[in-house]
Design a protein around this ligand. Structure first.
Ligand SMILES: Cc1cc2nc3c(=O)[nH]c(=O)nc-3n(C[C@H](O)[C@H](O)[C@H](O)COP(=O)(O)OP(=O)(O)OC[C@H]3O[C@@H](n4cnc5c(N)ncnc54)[C@H](O)[C@@H]3O)c2cc1C
Length: 343
């Protein structure tokens, strides 16, 4: 730490609700408005709650400092290589040491090893994103000081984004389309070359990363091992938002382990119940909205433009102050024929 993590770094109201640390973190840029576009067709709306724009190297270093001040020991640069059960104890071998524990929480992301080493079945894979960090001139960067842009023409089954950061722009493409996700570089290159500000900029860094979505794993508890965050596959299928679900699952996993230390391992199953029935329950409806929005993006944008109520609802869901259930219900009531495409 600090280390680069490909991520838009958008901190929604949902993430701030789910973690006091995310709520306290001081962002240098925050989007107050959202621009939704398909080519030249643009719809701008105000966000009811800002989306804080972070760089993950800085946010994650802050979270690590919070954990250390709460009593955690942090072994930086020491990768987990093996996990073995030894009676009631788990032995976790890293590059530098072997730690013994009664419970282990794997919060090692989409490319982590805990799930595999602990014997969890492989997760389904549906989401992928690629991001470029781009230096642009001040006037181009200034356009995104308070505004986030999402473009639904850039890729099948997803969108491209432009997020303003303190000294540059983070630009990326996200998709759940099986064919498009094989290689997102052409979609990103076309998006960059079609934007006059971006094509004059300098790409400092470009990286792709998987986005493990809610529904991609059946269970996140096996023996005395729990998975949290991307390792547990919890991200939003419509937007790819994962920070709020990572921090919430991490906190609940820790609380579950404390309960298990006090009352025994049978407490662990409550963690799966929480993830399924509480944390990601609304994301079933995000899947329905994604099915509609990515199949009929022009219809979705037109509906958003024509109905101010729909505009504020979309802005509220994306900023994290409203749930997907309401949005899915509103979409289907506007056009009941949509039901046949999502069942
Ligand atoms: C391009 C892109 C853009 C995104 N934009 C957003 C956004 O704007 N907002 C949002 O909310 N979400 C976004 N997401 C999703 C978000 O990045 C993830 O959901 C989130 O980072 C999950 O956090 P995590 O802590 O579970 O995993 P990670 O952030 O991946 O952290 C896992 C950590 O574990 C470490 N690790 C891995 N293997 C080992 C090992 N063997 N031993 C020890 N440590 C290990 C890694 O080095 C890493 O530090 C985006 C994702 C992508 C790919």
């Amino acid at each position: 730490m600090p280390r680069y993590k490909p991520c838009g770094g958008g901190i929604t109201a949902r993430a701030r609700r789910n973690s006091p640390s995310c709520a306290k973190y001081a962002v240098s840029c925050a989007a107050q408005h959202l621009v939704l576009q398909i080519g030249r067709h643009r719809v701008a709306c105000d966000l009811p709650a800002s989306i804080g724009m972070s760089m993950r190297e800085s946010l994650d270093q802050y979270l690590v400092a919070e954990a250390i001040s709460a009593g955690a020991t942090f072994n930086d640069g020491s990768a987990v290589r093996a996990i073995e059960q030894d009676g009631a104890v788990l032995r976790v071998a890293t590059d530098g040491l072997v730690a013994s524990a009664r419970y282990v929480i794997g919060a090692d992301g989409a490319n982590g090893v805990t799930a595999r080493l602990a014997g969890f079945p492989s997760a389904i894979e549906r989401g992928t994103a690629i991001e470029a960090e781009i230096m642009v001139d001040d006037s181009a960067r200034g356009k995104y000081d308070q505004s986030a842009l999402l473009d639904f023409a850039a890729v099948a089954g997803g969108y491209a984004w432009i997020f303003g950061k303190s000294d540059h722009l983070s630009v990326g493409v996200y998709t759940i389309d099986a064919a498009a996700r094989r290689d997102l570089r052409p979609a990103l290159a076309t998006f960059l070359s079609g934007n006059e500000d971006l094509c004059k900029g300098t790409v400092m860094l470009q990286r792709g990363h998987r986005v493990p979505l809610a529904g991609d794993r059946a269970s996140r508890v096996l023996g005395n091992v729990l998975l949290a965050g991307d390792a547990a596959a919890l991200a939003d299928p419509l937007t790819g938002e994962g920070i709020s679900y990572a921090v919430a699952s991490g906190r609940r996993a820790a609380a579950t382990v404390l309960a298990a230390l006090a009352a025994g391992p049978n407490m662990l199953s409550s963690y799966d119940d929480y993830l399924r029935d509480d944390l990601t329950k609304d994301l079933k409806f995000a899947g329905i909205v994604a099915g509609i929005a990515y199949r009929f993006p022009r219809f979705g944008l037109q509906l958003t433009e024509d109905h101010p109520g729909m505009q504020s609802l979309v802005a509220a869901v994306i900023s994290g102050t409203e749930d997907y259930r309401t949005l899915a219900g509103r979409l289907i009531s506007r056009s009941p024929k949509l039901l046949r495409y999502i069942m």
